[in-house]
Every structure is written in structure tokens, then in C-alpha cells.
Design a protein around this ligand. Structure first.
Ligand code: AP5
Ligand code: MG
Length: 191
């Protein structure tokens, strides 16, 4: 299995680049944000809880997200590999992912870390907020999402850097140029 994590701040282009990556590398895309939004849409028990956190720009509690992910890994056995988008977001999630994959005889091969400056992130999300209908695409919540990213998610970079799995990718510029950088990184890796 080839498992990749696409990592970056809110608005860094994780979802956009994921579409291109799964097409080229044949991976199964798991966006925890998208799945949680579906749960909200369907008014499930998990959705009702998640809604409170997401609309405030806060993270949904680790155990809920880890259990959800564990179920998804079991559901999609036999795929070529996974592309994790928006997961892991805390050290506890990173460690849990390693354990879950190890149980399947696999691991995270690479973490692609998209770098984009905060001004650009805010502008992209505000622009999307004009028609996305996402409860978290407004200026107050965007600021909180960026705070949460800096305090809870960014420290995970060290976790992956320590064992040589972190790869920085330029996240500013045109979508296809950014994807070129991703392909260059992935194609130079031997899995
Ligand atoms: P999630 O859905 O993961 O959102 P996010 O991380 O805040 O990031 P976005 O999806 O907004 O941005 P993106 O990086 O995917 O960029 P995109 O390609 O869309 O999470 C939402 C919430 O769910 C969290 O806050 C949390 O509450 C909860 N949650 C999710 N996962 C969780 C977890 N593991 N644990 C706990 N809670 C969790 O691009 C953004 C915009 O920019 C788009 O409009 C796009 O068209 C545009 N754009 C993309 N690339 C470019 C470019 N190169 N140039 C110009 N514009 C561009
Ligand atoms: Mg996204």
C-alpha cells in the first residue's frame, strides 16, 4: 500500500491537490472534513456533535475522528493506498494513524506539506466563503482555524520530520505548478 498524507493550513489547497493526486496515483481519498460535513448534512449523531466544533473553527475531539477513520480503513480494504487529507491534525491522531496502519502491515510513506502565507490563505477562504455555504468560511472562524492550525496541527510536522517523512511543497502559485512540485517529490521517492 502507498499511503500519503497531504498536510497544510486551512485553504492551503489540500482538497484541490488531492483530486489530482488520486487521479494520477490511484489512491483512495479520505478527507475527514468532507466526511464530517456529510455527517452534518445527514444529521447523524456524529454530525450533530461535529457541527458545534466545526462552526467555531475548533477541532472535533480526537477519539471521535480516530474511530471514524479506523472504520473507514476497515471498510476500504484492498485499495492501492490512501491519501489522507485533513487527518492527522494532532499528535494523538498522528500516533493513532501509525498504529492503525501498522496493524495492516503498512505505514505513512510521505507527508506532503503545502506552504502558503497567511494572507493568501485568508483571501482564498474568504473568496470561497462567498458561495461555499461552509459554516467556517467567515473571517472570525477563519482566524480561529488558523490559530488552531498553528497551535495544534503544525507541531505534527516535527513528528514526521524526525523520521524523515516530511516533504515541503510550494503551495503558492498556479494549481498545476503546485501539482508539478508534488509529482516531483513523489516520483523521487522509492516506496
Ligand atoms: P477541513 O475540511 O479539512 O478544512 P481545512 O483544513 O480548514 O481546509 P479547507 O478544506 O478549507 O482547505 P484545503 O486545504 O482543502 O484547500 P482547498 O483545496 O479547499 O476541516 C474542516 C473542519 O472539520 C476543521 O476545522 C475541524 O473542525 C473539522 N475536522 C476535519 N478534520 C478533522 C480532524 N482530523 N480532527 C478534528 N477535526 C477535524 O482550497 C481552498 C480554496 O482555495 C478553494 O476555494 C480553492 O479553489 C482555492 N485554491 C486552491 N488552490 C489554489 C491556488 N493554487 N491558487 C488560488 N486558489 C486556490
Ligand atoms: Mg479541504
Amino acid at each position: 500500500m502507498l499511503n500519503i498524507v497531504i498536510f497544510g493550513a486551512p485553504g492551503s489547497g489540500k482538497g484541490t491537490q488531492s483530486q489530482l493526486i488520486i487521479e494520477k496515483y490511484g489512491l483512495h481519498h479520505i478527507s475527514t472534513g468532507e466526511i464530517l460535513r456529510e455527517e452534518i448534512e445527514n444529521k447523524t449523531e456524529l454530525g450533530l456533535i461535529a457541527d458545534e466544533y466545526i462552526s467555531q473553527g475548533h477541532l472535533v475531539p480526537d477519539q471521535l475522528v480516530i474511530d471514524m477513520l479506523s472504520n473507514l480503513l476497515d471498510k476500504h480494504q484492498g485499495v492501492k493506498g490512501f491519501l489522507f487529507d485533513g487527518f492527522p491534525r494532532t499528535l494523538a491522531q498522528g500516533e493513532a494513524l501509525d498504529v492503525l496502519l501498522r496493524e495492516k502491515g503498512s505505514s505513512v510513506a510521505a507527508v506532503l506539506s503545502l506552504t502558503v502565507n497567511e494572507e493568501e490563505l485568508t483571501q482564498r477562504l474568504l473568496k470561497r466563503g462567498q458561495d461555499s455555504g461552509r459554516s467556517d468560511d467567515n473571517i472570525e472562524t477563519i482566524k480561529e482555524r488558523l490559530n488552531v492550525y498553528r497551535s495544534q496541527t503544525e507541531p505534527l510536522k516535527n513528528y514526521y520530520r524526525k523520521n524523515g517523512r516530511l516533504f515541503k511543497v510550494q503551495g503558492e502559485g498556479a494549481v498545476d505548478e503546485i501539482f508539478e512540485g508534488i509529482m516531483e517529490t513523489l516520483d523521487h521517492l522509492t516506496f
